[in-house]
Design a protein around this ligand. Structure first.
Ligand code: UD1
Ligand code: PEP
Length: 421
């Protein structure tokens, strides 16, 4: 077990490079099941979730060869259509193998992911969509068993905007017979990235990035090469790291247009943001202004940035209201932020954050991926030293975050945690 030890107070400066996107890379890796052959994926981040996805693919019979940030996935000889509980429970996104396995083998057996720290996160809309494409679906002993001789195109109207559900159906429909129309589809950039690799494989997809996606099923797909888009949540986390420390940093390999909702709110808070020479400069103000946010599906404010933005509001002038509208239990960071001396009151899906003059370093515990990031941010701004335990959550989604922050001048170290569980 390891923990992070952070001595707060340093203003960040210098340059940092954003890694490839976790949430784009996971479905992209899984999409290779659809097309037998050797795929080359570049700009891949080194993350625990990527290793889990590789294990899922290897268990299906794929050969995976990773060097640097380039991973070659050969799906020619897949010989299994099952994803087991031990892997799916550690990473919910592995449930996305369902659609591609059904499309390739006519059957799939995949463990139900179960809930997680931030909410129940059912997959009912994935299953409803696959059933609409003609799959026969049963639930047996915690597993989804799905069968379909040949999936058939259909019109699917999602009850709510679901990123995973849209990705699942996009992949399942790529080789289905006839046309599929996904309505009220999620519009996240990661869906566009997935559609791009599917199109390179030979899929006929139109409208990814809008709420209506048309997929004309094709006979078969071929192996492709693709570079994963930059991680917008990692980039957003660095933007707030600069803002919260009153820093002045330049961020490389980021798409500012993927982060409009966050950028506008940061500018409202007094942060200066400029995009020049393929770098985004983020300069924190002397004093942060209070700003309200409501999380929404893209292009709204991302739920995956809510915890980090709350950390920033902890030292704002005045009170802000933060509403979480995507997940029902995504305020676990609140009780830990209180340990830094923050003033936060939660009621239902809203948290009222009254800015305090100074946060004070404390021992805290990470409870999920983005909660971990919010604690790092609070610790960077706090007086004295903080210790953050259970950082294994962090390693699921941030590549070498302590090294990148140290490169920007933060006093941060990863050390063994002998008191951990
Ligand atoms: C690996 C990955 O890309 N994860 C992201 C993805 O998660 P994920 O794809 O799991 O999130 P969804 O967009 O599906 O979830 C949005 C909401 O829909 C609900 N829902 C979803 C599917 C379903 O069948 N039924 C249902 O009720 C969920 O419980 C949640 O309340 O999008 C989330 C929302 O932007 C992000 O926070 C996650 O980082
Ligand atoms: C919630 C997240 O990821 P996942 O869907 O993999 O749990 C996240 O990236 O913040």
């Amino acid at each position: 077990m390891e923990k992070l030890v952070i001595k707060g107070g340093n203003k960040l400066s210098g340059e940092v490079t954003v890694s490839g996107s976790k949430n784009a890379a996971l479905p992209i890796f899984i999409s290779t099941i659809l097309a037998p052959g050797c795929h080359t994926i570049s700009n891949v981040p080194f993350l625990r979730d990527i290793n889990t996805t590789i294990k899922v693919l290897e268990k299906l019979g794929a050969t995976v060869d990773g060097r640097g940030n380039v991973v070659k996935i050969d799906t020619t000889n897949l010989n299994s259509f099952e994803a087991t509980y031990d892997l799916v429970r550690t990473m919910r996104a592995s449930v996305l193998v369902l659609g591609p396995l059904l499309a390739r083998f006519g059957q799939a057996r995949v463990s139900l992911p179960g809930g997680c720290a931030i909410g129940a996160r059912p997959i009912n809309l994935h299953l409803k969509g696959l059933a609409a494409l003609g799959a026969e679906i049963t639930l047996e002993h915690g597993y989804v068993e799905a069968k379909a001789k040949k999936l058939k195109g259909a019109r699917i109207n999602f009850d709510i905007s679901t990123v995973g559900g849209t990705e699942q159906l996009l992949m399942a429909a790529a080789t289905a017979q006839g046309e599929t129309i996904l309505e009220n589809a999620a519009r996240e950039p990661e869906i566009v990235d997935l559609a791009e690799i599917l199109i390179k494989m030979g899929a006929d997809i139109d409208g990814a990035g809008t709420d209506t996606i048309r997929i004309k099923g094709v006979e078969g797909l071929v192996a492709a090469e693709h570079a994963v888009m930059p991680d917008r949540i990692e980039a957003g986390t660095f933007m707030i790291a600069s803002a919260i420390t009153g820093g002045d940093i330049k961020i490389k390999n980021m798409r500012l247009d993927h982060l409009d909702a966050l950028s506008f709110k940061l500018q409202d808070a007094g942060v200066e943001i400029t995009n020049k020479d393929n770098m985004v400069r983020v300069k924190g103000p002397k004093k942060i202004r209070n700003v309200n946010i409501k999380t929404r599906p893209y292009p709204g404010f991302p739920t995956d940035m809510q915890a980090q933005f709350m950390a920033l509001m902890c030292i704002a002038e005045g009170a802000s209201v933060i509403s979480e509208n995507i997940f029902e239990n995504r305020f676990m960071h609140v009780s830990e932020l209180l340990r830094f001396g923050a003033d936060i009151i939660c009621e239902g899906n809203s948290a009222t954050v009254k800015g305090v003059k100074k946060l004070s370093g404390a021992p805290v515990m990470a409870t999920d991926l983005r909660a971990s990031a919010s604690l790092i941010l609070a610790a960077l701004a706090a007086d004295n030293t903080s210790e953050i335990s259970r950082i294994y959550h962090l390693d699921r989604g941030y590549e070498s975050i302590e090294k990148k922050l140290a490169g920007l001048g933060a006093d941060i170290a990863r050390v063994p945690d002998n008191e951990g569980p």
